[in-house]
Design a binder for this molecule. Structure first.
Ligand code: GLA
Length: 354
């Protein structure tokens, strides 16, 4: 496998961006850029071997700016919401930017990890690229100097592995994910509704109309949130169910609590399939949750790669992560990283066809 490095122009802040291409023995190809450690494209074969790019994105680095839908990027320091942008740690109160609908902190703030330049290192032997980012104490009002690495590896078994590490010199909340939007029929194929989804979770985190947890968990049993067996995404997404009929852009946008035998084990999280092309993606993770977001905020205004406009629900995300607002919810799995500890997390996307 060859790893190719090219210039990808400048980001919206005028900084130079590089893009790395990894290709495996079966022709799968993934491109990752240093702006936001972002997955720019991911070409995967269908049942006839025909490659298609199955992640949404822009043509140039310059288009990945504020106000865009977080296409393919790394999200941090804290993915998802922190209620009212507030948390307390070691007796100190912190106020974050309210960049999520004006009420909550969302995805790391005004200029989170998705809008920063990462330092890339090619790992010839492991066949991957390691992206590193140093987030100084006080950046986006988070405490502690945090060093983060994200390693992308493409295996000949058609797996894209994403490994995260982080260390800090002060206690800080941390929740890292990748925000790729998938459409297994191709990034420009339009609504993904006929594609099927399966999520290995008996419960999810119910939220109010602003994405803030109501408190506690809710069983998926007997609700349109139940994806324990494969079902077309569109089949129940518009059902008259409180969790699907709230907020400005209703539909699936929820954290599922993954069934695990042991906390932190790498286990099966989700499986999506496009019945037409036969493309299948399975997701495995060490994280306790996965945010299944159906692309309800996409509205045709984002002009993406190949000149296409991304339709409403034209891509779905499976963001492996901890639960929203964890720093304020002692009953949720811990998201506080302390000095001397190393945060580690892994997510694997496995591609095949039927
Ligand atoms: C996440 C959130 C969504 C939305 C998108 C970005 O998936 O859960 O509500 O903010 O990111 O548009």
């Amino acid at each position: 496998m060859a790893i190719k490095k090219e210039s990808f122009g400048r980001n919206p802040y005028g900084e130079e961006v590089d893009v790395f291409t990894l290709t495996n023995a079966n022709g799968l190809r993934v491109r990752i850029m240093t702006h936001g450690a972002t997955l720019v494209s991911l070409e995967v074969p269908d049942r006839n071997g025909k490659l298609k790019d199955i992640v949404l994105g822009f043509e140039t680095a310059a288009e990945y700016g504020p106000g865009t839908p977080y296409f393919g990027c790394a999200v941090g320091r804290f993915a998802n919401r922190i209620a009212n942008g507030r948390f307390s740690l070691d007796g100190k109160d912190y106020q974050l930017a309210l960049n999520g609908d004006g009420v909550h902190a969302l995805h790391g703030g005004d200029r989170g990890f998705d809008k920063r330049i990462w330092t890339a290192e090619v790992l010839e032997e492991e066949k991957g690229v390691r992206m590193s980012y140093f987030s100084p104490d006080g950046e986006e009002n988070y405490p502690g100097n945090l060093t983060v690495t994200i390693t992308y590896t493409l295996t000949d078994a058609n797996e894209l592995k994403i490994d995260y590490t982080a260390t800090t010199d002060q206690a800080t909340p941390i929740n890292l994910t990748n925000h790729s939007y998938f459409n297994l029929a191709g990034h420009d194929a339009g609504a993904h509704g006929a594609q099927t989804m399966m999520i290995n979770a008996d419960a999810f985190v119910p939220t109010d109309g602003t994405g803030n947890p109501l408190g506690g968990f809710r069983s998926v049993e007997g609700t349109p949130m139940d994806f324990r067996t494969s079902v077309a995404i569109e089949q129940r997404i518009n059902d008259d169910y409180d969790q699907l009929q709230q907020g400005s852009n209703p539909g699936y946008d929820h954290t599922y609590c993954l069934n695990k035998k042991k906390a932190g084990e790498l286990s099966f999280a989700a499986r999506a399939e496009d019945p037409d092309s036969g493309r299948v993606m399975e997701v495995y993770t060490t994280e306790p949750g996965v945010q299944f977001y159906a692309g309800n905020f996409l509205d045709g205004t984002s002009k993406g790669k190949d000149g296409c406009h991304y339709a409403w629900r034209g891509g779905f995300c499976l963001e492996t992560q901890h639960y929203p607002d964890s720093p304020n919810r002692p009953q949720f799995p811990n998201t506080i990283l302390h000095p001397g500890e190393t945060f580690r997390s892994q997510t694997v996307h496995k591609f095949s066809s039927n």
